[in-house]
Design a protein around this ligand. Structure first.
Ligand code: EPZ
Length: 416
C-alpha cells in the first residue's frame, strides 16, 4: 500500500472541512513539557508526525492517549532528557523539545536533526538563541547538549526569520528569569497558536504574530487545554484540488486570512472565489493564466504551498516563474511533474513553468517529500488517465485522510 492511484479527469465538487494544523500541533505538544500534569488538546490532526511526537514524549516519560478526538499528554518528570537520534531523524521538528526541556529541567540532549530532501535545514539559530539565554551548548557524536541552572531573559535578534527557532526560543523564554525580546521573530499563525497556548498555561507573552515578541519569564506554568488552529496549508491544497479539476469546492473551517496570499494569486490567475469568515469557495474556471510567485515568510506566499501551486501553473495558459527563497532544494517535484508532461525548467531557486492546458498525462511518479507528494496527487487529478504516486508515506506525515476528503468531492483515488 505504498502507492496512491489517481484516475484523472474527474471534476471535484462539494464541501470539505480542514483538519487541525500539523505545524501548530507539533510545537504545542512539545510545549507541554514545560508543565507537569495532564494537558488536553482538541482538533489535533491524526497523522504520522503526531504519532512520532507522541513516541518522543513517551520516551521522555510522558503518557499520551486519545479519547475520541481529544488528545491528552500527561507530563511527568522525565527519566532522561535525551531525544534519541532514531526518533529525531524521523521528524526534524523533534528538535523543538530542546527549549522546553532546557527551561524546565536545565538540561536537554537532542540529536541533531540532519538535513532532509528540501534542504540542509540547519539548527544553528536555535542553538544561538539557547546560548543567548545562558545555556551552555556542546556538540558531541551527533547530539547537541544544552544545560543551564536558570535561563536569563535577553533581547535577541534572529538574523534569518525562522519558525522553529522562534518557537524554541518562545518556549525556553517562558520560564527564564526576566524579560526576553525576540526581534525578527517569525510571524506565522502557528507561532501565534503556540504563544496562545503558552499564555493559557500562565506564560506572559505579547507581540506574537509581529516581528517583535516580548516574553516576561514566570516561575511556573500549569497544564491547560487548547484547540489547535486549522491547517492553512491543507486548506490551500484542497482549494487547488478544486481549481485544478475545474470544479466548485468549498473549503470550510479555515479563515481566508490565513492563506490570502494563495487566494490573491489564484484570483489574479483568473479564478473566482467566494470568501466568508471561515470558508472559501473556488468556482469553476475553464482556463486560467500563469502568474509568477515568490515564496517568503508569512504573510507572503508560503513555501509549503509552492509545489501544489506549481501543479496548477503546469496547466495554466502561459508562462509563470516560481521562485523559492526559503529552502535551497525544494524543486524535487519538478522532474516528476515533467514526467506527467509538464514543461518546467528549474534553475537553482527559480523554476520557469510553461503552462499548457491539458498538458498532463497520467504516469507512474515518485514522491520525495511531504508537499511534493501533495503536488503529484493534485497533478494526477487533472492528468488524462491514471497516475500512480509512489512512496506515498510522505503524504501521511502531514495530511489527515486526504484521499477520503478528495473522494468525498468526487475524486477517483485509492491506495495500492
Ligand atoms: C517550519 O520549518 C515548518 N515545519 C516547515 O513546514 C515550513 O516550510 C517552514 O517552517 C517555513 O515556513 C514545522 O513547522 C514543523 P525555518 P522550520 O526555521 O522551522 C533557515 C512542511 O512541509 N534556518 O523557518 O524548520 C532554514 O534553512 C514543513 O510542513 C537556518 O539557517 O523552518 C530555512 O532556509 C516543511 N538556521 C529558513 O531558515 C536555523 O537554525 C527557514 O526555516 C533555522 C533555520
Amino acid at each position: 500500500m505504498d502507492k496512491m492511484i489517481v484516475q484523472g479527469g474527474h471534476q471535484l465538487n462539494g464541501s470539505v472541512r480542514v483538519s487541525g494544523a500539523k505545524n501548530a500541533a507539533l510545537p504545542i505538544l512539545f510545549s507541554a513539557l514545560l508543565a507537569e500534569g495532564k494537558h488536553c488538546f482538541r482538533n489535533v490532526p491524526k497523522l504520522k508526525d503526531i504519532d512520532s511526537t507522541a513516541s518522543l514524549l513517551e520516551s521522555l516519560g510522558c503518557e499520551t492517549s486519545w479519547e475520541q478526538d481529544t488528545f491528552y499528554v500527561h507530563v511527568k518528570k522525565p527519566k532522561s532528557f535525551e531525544a534519541h537520534y532514531d526518533l529525531v531523524r524521523k521528524m526534524r521538528a523533534s528538535f523543538l523539545c530542546m527549549g522546553p526541556l532546557l527551561a524546565k529541567y536545565g538540561e536537554a540532549v537532542v540529536s541533531l536533526p540532519g538535513g532532509c530532501a528540501i534542504g540542509a535545514r540547519p539548527i544553528n539559530l536555535h542553538l544561538e538563541a539557547m546560548k543567548a539565554l545562558g545555556a551552555e551548548i556542546t556538540l558531541n557524536e551527533g547530539y547537541a547538549k544544552a544545560s543551564a541552572k536558570k535561563l536569563k531573559g535577553v533581547p535577541f535578534l534572529f538574523e534569518t526569520s525562522t519558525v522553529g527557532g522562534t518557537e524554541n526560543m518562545l518556549m525556553a523564554a517562558a520560564l527564564a528569569d526576566g524579560e526576553t525580546i525576540i526581534e525578527n521573530a517569525a510571524k506565522e499563525p502557528e507561532i501565534v497558536d503556540l504563544a496562545n497556548y503558552l499564555n493559557a498555561m500562565g506564560a506572559k507573552i505579547t507581540g506574537h504574530g509581529t516581528s517583535i515578541i516580548r516574553i516576561e519569564g514566570v516561575e511556573q506554568l500549569k497544564p491547560a487545554e487548547h484547540t489547535i488552529m486549522p491547517d492553512r496549508i491543507e486548506a490551500g491544497t484542497l482549494l487547488i484540488a478544486g481549481a485544478i479539476t475545474g470544479g466548485e469546492v468549498q473549503v470550510r473551517g479555515c479563515s481566508p486570512l490565513l492563506y490570502e496570499s494563495l487566494i490573491y494569486k489564484m484570483q489574479e490567475s483568473g479564478f473566482k472565489c467566494t470568501v466568508t469568515q471561515d470558508d472559501v469557495t473556488i468556482h469553476p474556471c475553464a482556463s486560467w493564466v500563469g502568474v509568477d510567485v515568490t515564496t517568503a515568510p508569512y504573510p507572503l506566499f508560503p513555501t509549503d504551498l509552492q509545489a501544489q501551486y506549481m501543479s496548477l501553473m503546469a496547466i495554466a495558459q502561459g508562462t509563470s516563474v516560481i521562485t523559492e527563497t526559503v529552502f535551497e532544494n525544494r524543486f524535487m517535484h519538478v522532474q516528476e511533474l515533467v514526467r506527467l508532461g509538464a514543461d518546467i525548467t528549474p534553475k537553482s531557486r527559480v523554476a520557469v513553468v510553461r503552462g499548457k492546458p491539458k498538458a498532463l498525462k497520467g504516469a507512474p511518479v515518485m514522491a520525495t517529500d511531504l508537499r511534493a507528494s501533495a503536488s503529484l496527487v493534485l497533478a494526477g487529478l487533472a492528468a488524462q488517465g491514471e497516475t500512480s504516486v509512489g512512496r506515498i508515506y510522505h503524504l501521511d506525515r502531514g495530511y489527515e485522510k486526504l484521499e477520503e476528503k478528495l473522494i468525498s468531492l468526487g475524486a477517483k483515488i485509492g491506495r495500492q
